[in-house]
Design a protein around this ligand. Structure first.
Ligand code: HEC
Length: 239
């Protein structure tokens, strides 16, 4: 009887070691749980660039693909990038406000006001002079790493975000489709920001009155607009 109990305990211990729970905890004993199966056949994304624009700056190691842009779009709007699940990139960069938040300075998840105003993230693929108001991020990929861990923005850590993405029902397959990885453990912050940067490079604004008058020679500024343009471009504050 005692032998039987020991045998039973041993069997259940083996079952416990091999158990692959399908819940959202990472399963370190189960290598197969790490595999992502699905097709990898990325399609080039056709960026419709207005004829009067310079060629977009696309890094050789991050070409635009339909799958990458779509993944980036989802990440940009996803609140899992913040510590308490209340904010995404889009909270401060709203499409209906030219991708700003319309406030003088932006406020992050802790309710602390930042020092600067959110920027209109349009035509970024044509900017070679650095990102942020002071140009401190050289590339869009580098820029996208920062808001997640900024305490007065999303106040999350990248290891946490990556853990949430690896355990997500939908993201692992999307990372495979965009970047050809075979395992959830190959999902990294570098790939996440590549996807976000791809999405951001598709934002083109080329049909404002300014664009029409300056680039397309369509119509004229009013006298007041002309004065405003001169004032805006002038280094002489006394104008
Ligand atoms: C709490 C509000 C807030 C959140 C959330 C936020 N941003 Fe920003 N964003 C800002 C502010 C403010 C600036 C300007 C900061 C500076 O210059 O120091 C900025 C600047 C930028 C720029 C630079 C644009 C340019 O023309 O140089 C990009 C790109 C950008 N954000 C993308 C993102 C992405 C991607 C995310 C999500 C991962 C994000 N932002 C999340 C407020 C926010």
């Amino acid at each position: 009887m005692r032998l039987f109990t020991i045998a039973l305990l041993a069997v259940s211990a083996i079952i416990a070691i091999n158990a692959c729970d399908d819940d959202d905890k990472p399963c370190s004993n189960c290598p197969n749980n790490d595999l992502i199966s699905g097709e990898y056949n990325p399609q080039p994304y056709n960026l419709a660039v207005p004829s009067f624009f310079p060629p977009p700056i696309i890094p050789a190691d991050n070409p635009l693909t339909v799958e990458g842009v779509e993944l980036g779009r989802r990440l940009f709007y996803d609140k899992i990038l913040s510590a308490d699940g209340t904010m995404s990139c889009a909270t401060c960069h709203l499409p209906e406000k030219s991708f700003t938040d319309g406030n003088a300075v932006s406020t992050g998840i802790l309710g602390i006001a930042g020092r600067r105003s959110s920027m209109a993230i349009v035509n970024l693929a044509y900017n070679a002079k650095g990102f942020f108001w002071d140009g401190r991020a050289a590339t869009l990929e580098e820029q996208a790493l920062l808001p997640v861990e900024d305490h007065i923005e999303l106040n999350e850590s990248w290891p946490n975000v990556i853990e949430k993405i690896r355990n997500h029902a939908d993201y692992p397959l999307r990372f495979r489709k965009a970047f050809g990885i075979d395992r959830k453990s190959e999902i990294t912050k570098e790939l996440a920001v590549k996807a976000i940067a791809q999405f951001e490079r598709t934002f083109i604004s080329a049909d404002s009155k300014y664009d029409k008058v300056v680039w397309k020679n369509e119509g004229w500024f009013t006298d007041q607009e002309e004065r405003g343009k001169m004032l805006f471009s002038s280094k002489n504050r006394k104008l």
